[in-house]
Write a new protein. Sequence first.
Length: 215
Amino acid sequence: MFASLPPDLQQRMNGASSRVALEKSAVLIEAGAPQMHVYFPCTGLLSLQTNTQDGNSVELAMVGREGVAPPLAVLASTPAPYTTTVTVAGEALRLRADALQSECDRHPALQRALIHQWHVMMTEVALGSACHRFHTGRQRLARWLLMASDRIQSSRIELTQEQLGEVLGLQRTGVTAANVALQDAGAITSRHGRIRIVDRARLQGASCECYAQKP
C-alpha cells in the first residue's frame, strides 16, 4: 500500500516513520489497547485476530505489503478492536497514528487508500465468516495458504501447526488432517514448520470458492 502513495507523501511519511523488524509471533497491538502506531509491512505477514476469554483465537484478516495494520489506526482515540500479531517474519514501516491522521487531513489520496484497505478487510471478514461455517478444514487451509502466498509473494511459508490452528480456528488434529490431505493431493510439502506450495493449481482446486471471491 505504501508504495502506491504519491512520491511526495511517501517521502514525508518515510521521514516520520521508522523501519522495524517483525519478529515471528510478536504481538504488535493487543485488543483493547490504544492504537498508538500503524504498520506498513514491507515484507512478512500480519494477522488481525479476535480472542476469547478462554484463550482461543481466530484470524479475521491478514495484511501483507498491500495493506496497513490496523486499518483504522487513524482513530487513535479508540481502543484496538482486535489483536495484531506477526504470522510471517519481515520488516515494516511504523508510523505514529496521530502522524497518520495529520497526513490524512492533508492528502485525500491517503484517505482513499485507507478506506479501500478497510473495505478489503471487511470483505475478507465476511468471506471468512462464511468459510468457517460451511467449508472443511482442508478447504480453509488451502485458501489461507493461497492468500498468504499472494501477500508475501513466495511459495514458501514458515508456519507451525500451532500457528495454523490459531489463524484458522482449528484444533491441532484438524490442522494435521488438513495438512496431510493437501500433501497427499500433491499440492504442498510440509516439514518442520515449513510449508511449500508445489502445485498451485492443485491447491486452488482443493480450496473453496472463497479464494476466487477475494477482493
